[in-house]
Write a protein that binds this ligand. Structure first.
Ligand SMILES: C[S@@+](CC[C@H](N)C(=O)[O-])C[C@H]1O[C@@H](n2cnc3c(N)ncnc32)[C@H](O)[C@@H]1O
Ligand SMILES: [Zn+2]
Length: 991
């Protein structure tokens, strides 16, 4: 049975629109606030993919939208459960679905909401495994009561924490957040100068919307608009002042100073200039810049550089981190430690007064509190609840994950200042104790041992998840942000060195504080309970390796939907160790063994202890090499031969083999994949087609990651995610040129169907690419590929699949009369596939889009530059088309001739696009007879180019959106030169 997801009626436009809304702040699924995980997929997309793969291709699109709730009037379809008819319910209940790369569970969760009979979620990493249980299992099994108990025991934990004298004396009663940074001993004057990467405390425009927690792709420090005039709800910054021996911090708070709730001001953040109430204020410039490796002493104003290639500041931080460990081991005194060339420094205290924030300079007593905490830690040294595990000691990926290790933060406890650390450790102990109490309570109520333990596990898991979030938001790598959207340690694709960080009191209602995490947890849980509690699905969460799937044995699935990692995008194992080290402690017991305390199994023991009962120290040691990803540093560290990309490809291939072996013969596999670029397809085809022996049945472009790459009008890019639909059944062999010809022929009709269904831009491109692939991948062997140095799949993708896709789309626009040359195809496809962004004079093709189109049309970007068809601007390409926003169409085309260096009086014609633009110009400026004469002249001189230009004109006249200035220009040409009624080939194909 062919399914809806394989047909042109799969409503990808609507799905993408709602998916984009879901990724934006405010629209995010409630349970995502539980704790951060990378690259989570929008729920409505996952729901539509699953449902689309389970209903037949002739399923009414109207009914489908009702089923998944894709209605224009539904603002957030993912907040509502699908509406499954009784007949469909019956069908779905017989389906078995698997997601072997389940992550934070968008796909299995939606399968459960749809009522899929059996849902299996697999994850390699213990952290994700525990989170998946918290998402998929407990809310369904325990319902409302669980929410209440988590609330109750969360309060219990907090109350004990509040009473703990060790913790109490570390915080001022009224402080919500301490903003900390580092100070270094100046190599010139010998005094300590603070290092401040950003002096802003608050810069919040009046209508900035609700303060949201930053999701993964946040920019961290220094983001926000650079220049802005208008009303500000908050404007405050720090300013240093100096005495003979030290630097003090002053707070400038304009709202307070001017006595206004909203301040009208003009702010130039780059220059640090603020104008308000007729006065000009200077906000200090940062005195440290890690990227340039520069810093300035605020006392003597000397630049702090380094010796040779070693930057003084970095070396100083390393020294502190080393001395910290020596102090805790009892090898040096606190005095020695504080003589290190770097040390922590609290800059400002943030209080909540009424509904407003108040900033106060930190005092020397505030510093003292940190030293007090240090002393307590010293007394605790050896306690297994202090996480002394190693960070992964290698560098990873392009994002520079774990760059902070280069500063001497080599063990997890060093990621927290002494106060943060004490509080986290105390929370571990209290959560552990709460777990015991829950169990005792249940036993007293007469539950069986097993049941009581299981229930305690559920409640304790949530208390520990809230702890993970707290550790993420309150660390020396969690950045203070002037937009008051709190940064967190994992907000980049790695853990980076930053300066101003948040040190958050656990009991104050503040993003990331333990108490707040408990209350968001209640919301998350309430959502999850309402999403899954009525579902008839059976759910299983497994800790397993997707490249092997050893725990599944002989099980076969009707549907596998999954979202494997993309190359070097995220080093999951190493980064989520930040959670692992806390989760493991809060969910395990402690016991004495040979006079030493150590962790002992209690909850989720399969996640934290191996088969022999040994503690799994950190995830990176146990799992990094099995994580499907490309990671140079990693494979070098573990001594794996070969290059990282091949390592990734072979793991991806293994996982496709494993999936194919678990798929029923008539089953469907649907994979998400992060890019539409040719390289991405190469890896995917090697894995799915060559190794998995599956053929592509269809593909779609999906909005999944940042809103930037979303298909909204005017924002089309070709680097979206792809969803590929695979089927079993690859056999025989064929001549590649014959397949090519057939594919172009058939797919131009598909392209037409997709366009009729409303697809455009990248959606259209990927959908047609999917259909082209279905022709090529049905064979086990393709023969007669032209000889190149490229590996087989690369050769196929670049020289056959992309060109066939481009040609099929061009043909669907009717431009078949004349065979179009590569530059003409490039121009046409850029015009019909890429939208202009608002306010831009011309279409701009980002790098990926330009590459995709140049490969598809077999043209060369340098050549296109020489022919003045595109103009390179840094990393993108401007299409030199008639200008948008001109007063008259003739200005639009005149402008194009000018930038294209084409003189209409004595034109030197290079390409058909030159002829086209000349014709467009003549048609609008010359009297009809004169125009015809000029056109004939051009035809006589360059007959081939002339025919091509006319084919282009027809395609543009029919294919461009109404707002495009070239549409009218092309129409003029066609009308004047072609007998009326001939119509476009577009309508020809339709007949
Ligand atoms: C792109 S994420 C999945 C995100 C998920 N779809 C969501 O919406 O939250 C990929 C996941 O695959 C997991 N993973 C990586 N290698 C794996 C392997 N060999 N077996 C199982 N899972 C693996 C990673 O830990 C990561 O959570
Ligand atoms: Zn100095």
């Amino acid at each position: 049975m062919s399914t809806l997801i394989e047909s042109p009626h799969f409503p990808i436009n609507e799905i993408n629109e709602f998916s984009a809304g879901e990724k934006r702040g405010g629209g995010r699924p409630d349970f995502w606030e539980m704790v951060f995980w990378w690259t989570r997929k929008p729920l409505i997309g996952a729901r539509s993919v699953i449902a689309g793969a389970l209903v037949p291709s002739n399923f009414s699109p109207f009914e489908f939208k009702r089923l998944v709730r894709l209605w224009p009037e539904t603002k957030s379809p993912h907040r509502e459960n699908p509406s499954v008819s009784p007949r469909l319910k019956e069908h779905l209940s017989k389906v078995k679905l698997l997601d072997p790369f389940a992550g934070f569970g968008s796909i299995p969760l939606e399968a459960v909401r749809l009522g899929v009979g059996e849902v299996v979620a697999v994850e390699l990493l213990p952290t994700a495994y525990v989170f998946l249980k918290a998402i998929l299992e407990y809310p369904r099994e325990r319902g409302e009561r669980l929410v209440k108990d988590v609330e109750r025991w969360g309060e219990w934990v907090l109350e004990r924490l509040r009473e703990d004298p060790d913790v109490k004396e570390l915080y001022d009663e009224d402080v919500a957040v301490y903003i900390g940074s580092w100070e270094v001993k100046c190599p010139h004057c010998g005094r300590y100068t603070p290092l401040v990467g950003n002096w802003w405390l608050a810069r919040v425009p009046e209508r900035a919307g609700r303060a949201e927690e930053a999701e993964g792709e946040g920019e961290g420090e220094g983001e926000g608009e650079e220049v802005r005039s208008g009303a500000f709800r908050r404007l405050a910054w720090m300013a240093p002042y100096t005495s003979s021996s030290a630097v003090g911090i002053r707070v400038v708070d304009l709202n307070k100073e001017l006595g206004l709730r909203g301040v009208r001001a003009s702010v130039n953040a780059r220059q640090g200039r603020v104008e308000a109430s007729g006065r000009v204020y200077d906000v200090p410039r940062p005195n440290v810049d890690a990227r340039r490796e520069t810093a300035t002493c605020l006392l003597c104003n000397n630049a702090i550089r380094g010796v040779g290639r070693k930057w003084y500041v970095k070396e100083a931080l390393k020294e502190y981190n080393e001395n910290l460990e020596r102090y805790l081991r009892g090898e040096i005194t606190m005095e020695d430690l504080l003589k290190s060339r770097a040390r922590p420094r609290i800059l400002v205290k943030v209080k909540i007064v009424g509904k407003e924030l108040e900033f106060e300079p930190a005092t020397s007593e505030d510093g003292e509190k940190l030293w007090k905490a240090l002393k307590k830690l010293r007394g605790m040294w050896g306690d297994p609840d202090v996480p002394a595990e190693m960070f992964a000691p290698y560098q990873m990926g392009t994002a520079g994950a774990l760059r902070i290790t280069l500063w001497g933060f080599d063990k997890w406890y060093k990621l927290f200042n002494p106060r943060q650390l004490i509080t986290l450790v105390k929370l571990v102990k209290l959560i552990r104790e709460a777990g015991k109490k829950v169990e005792e309570e249940k036993l007293r109520e007469g539950w069986s041992r097993e049941e009581a333990l299981k229930y305690a596990e559920a409640v304790t898991t949530y208390l520990a998840v809230a702890l993970c979030k707290y550790a993420d938001y309150s660390s020396v790598a969690a950045g203070w942000n002037q937009s008051l959207i709190m940064g967190h340690s994992l907000s980049m694709r790695g853990i980076a060195m930053i300066w101003n960080y948040n040190d958050i009191a656990p009991w104050v209602s503040w993003t990331g504080a333990y108490i707040r995490n408990l209350s968001t947890l209640t919301e998350s849980l309430t959502f999850l309970v309402s999403a899954v509690s009525g579902s008839p699905s059976g759910v299983k969460v497994l800790l397993d390796d997707a490249t092997v799937l050893s725990k599944l044995r002989d099980e076969k699935f009707d549907l596998i939907v999954t979202d494997p990692p993309y190359r070097d995008d995220v080093p999951y194992a190493e980064l989520s160790d930040l959670y692992y080290v806390w989760l493991k402690r809060a969910l395990s017991d402690v016991e004495e063994s040979f006079g030493m305390m150590r962790l002992a199994p209690r909850f989720h023991k399969e996640a934290f202890f191996d088969d022999l009962g040994n503690e799994v120290e950190v995830q990176w040691k146990a799992f990094a090499l099995r994580e499907v990803s490309e990671n140079e540093g990693r494979i070098q560290h573990f001594g794996v031969k070969g290059n990282a990309f091949n390592h990734f490809k072979s793991l991806l291939s293994e996982s496709f083999k494993a999936m194919a072996s678990k798929l029923k013969d008539d089953g469907l596999l649907v994979t998400y994949y992060a890019h539409t670029s040719p390289e991405a397809w190469e890896a995917l085809l090697e894995a799915g087609w060559l190794s998995g022996k599956m053929r592509v049945a269809a593909a779609h472009a999906m909005a999944t990651e940042s809103t930037e790459s979303v298909v909204a009008r005017g924002k089309v890019r070709l680097d979206m995610s792809i969803v590929a639909v695979w089927r079993k059944g690859v056999e025989g062999e064929a001549l590649v040129d014959e397949v090519y010809a057939k594919a172009v022929e058939a797919c131009s009709k598909d392209a037409h169907e997709y366009r009729k269904a409303g697809l455009e831009g990248v959606n259209l491109f990927v959908a047609v690419l999917g259909k082209v692939l279905s022709h090529f991948t049905q064979y086990e062997r393709l023969i007669g590929l032209k000889a190149t140095d490229e590996p087989f799949v690369q050769n196929l993708v670049k020289n056959y699949i992309y060109p066939a896709t481009a040609e099929a789309i061009v043909r669907s626009y009717g431009a078949v009369g004349a065979r179009l040359s590569p530059p003409s195809m490039f121009y046409l496809l850029s015009k019909v596939l890429v939208s202009r962004r608002p306010r831009q004079a011309r279409r701009v093709l980002d790098r990926t889009s330009a590459t995709v189109l140049s490969i598809g049309t077999r043209s060369y970007l340098e050549g296109l530059e020489d022919q003045r068809i595109v103009q390179r601007e840094r990393d993108s390409y401007v299409l030199l088309e008639p200008r948008w926003g001109a007063r008259e169409p003739r200005d639009a085309i005149w402008d194009a001739l000018t930038v294209r260096e084409l003189n209409p009086r004595e034109p030197r014609v290079r390409t058909a696009i030159d002829v086209l633009h000349l014709l467009e110009f003549y048609a609008i400026t010359l009297p009809k007879e004169e125009f015809k004469r000029r056109a004939d002249e051009l035809r006589g001189r360059r007959p081939g180019l002339f025919d091509e230009a006319m084919a282009l004109a027809r395609a543009l006249a029919s294919g461009l959106p109404a707002g495009d200035p070239e549409r009218e220009l092309a129409e003029n040409v066609v009308e004047a030169l072609e007998p009326a009624g001939l119509g476009t080939l577009d309508s020809f194909i339709r007949r």
